[in-house]
Design a binder for this molecule. Sequence first.
Ligand SMILES: Cc1cc2nc3c(=O)[nH]c(=O)nc-3n(C[C@H](O)[C@H](O)[C@H](O)COP(=O)(O)O)c2cc1C
Ligand code: SF4
Ligand code: SF4
Length: 253
Amino acid sequence: MVLYFSGTGNSRRVAECLGEKLNEDVFPLVRFIETDSVCVLKEHEALGIVFPVYSWGPPIVVLDALTRLQTCHVPDFIYFVCTCGDDVGKTADILKNAIAHKGWECEAGFSVMMPNTYVCLPGFDVDSERLANLKLCNMKERIAFIAKCITERKAVFDCHEGMFPHVKSYLIRPLFNRFLISPKRFRVTNNCISCGKCVQVCPLHNIRLDGYPVWGKHCTMCLACYHHCPEHAVEYGLWSKGKGQFALKEERG
Ligand SMILES: Cc1cc2nc3c(=O)[nH]c(=O)nc-3n(C[C@H](O)[C@H](O)[C@H](O)COP(=O)(O)O)c2cc1C
Ligand code: SF4
Ligand code: SF4
């Protein structure tokens, strides 16, 4: 079984491609938490967790969901696949520790480079169309490799840590989580047509429409609301001004 968390569709696409290759079911991770239901695994079925990298680590919402996830038995083989724009720092260690805290063992982990979605700080923007397409093309070969490793139950960690991974994951990430994950800076411009798309795409149901969108406190900064807005009317403070949008459409329901 493949469980995923995704804001703008990259991790969902990776999870779906992997599910297809492995011939396994694919579900949103938060569904089991929201419904407080038990994830039923077949005998000897592997459990894969797919998620985006946020500031060189797993999103807090994913770590929380993993803590609360209930399965019918301890999964035989647990692995993760993280998607990133560039590099993932010590994401593997952070995720492995979270799984170990549960008394389980994460036996394999992989990163997959996908189109970048972070636009909320100066110097960060979406990729050019050419680079985004190149990453999407390369993704297929990467998923084939990952699926082969999973089928063979290979205990392998193959993640692109990048430069200064400790500094990024253990110094910058806590500051990012403390000061830059906040829905307070979201606002809409006069271009908003009150279509409700942002409400619909928020994976955490954190937005309501009161004439215009109103952001609640339960935000993980996935930026689905920003990237999916058909009028490009969502801004994050002044830092997202003039930046691009990127979101993958769902391929199946
Ligand atoms: C809040 C935030 C932080 C991010 N931090 C990183 C990062 O540290 N390293 C990186 O390579 N990409 C980073 N990205 C890019 C995403 O990890 C990447 O685009 C991912 O594939 C998005 O997945 P999704 O479409 O499933 O949400 C970040 C994106 C967001 C929204
Ligand atoms: S998606 Fe954009 S246009 Fe539609 S309600 Fe949200 S902010 Fe307004
Ligand atoms: S409010 Fe926007 S950024 Fe926050 S979780 Fe929802 S869609 Fe993601």
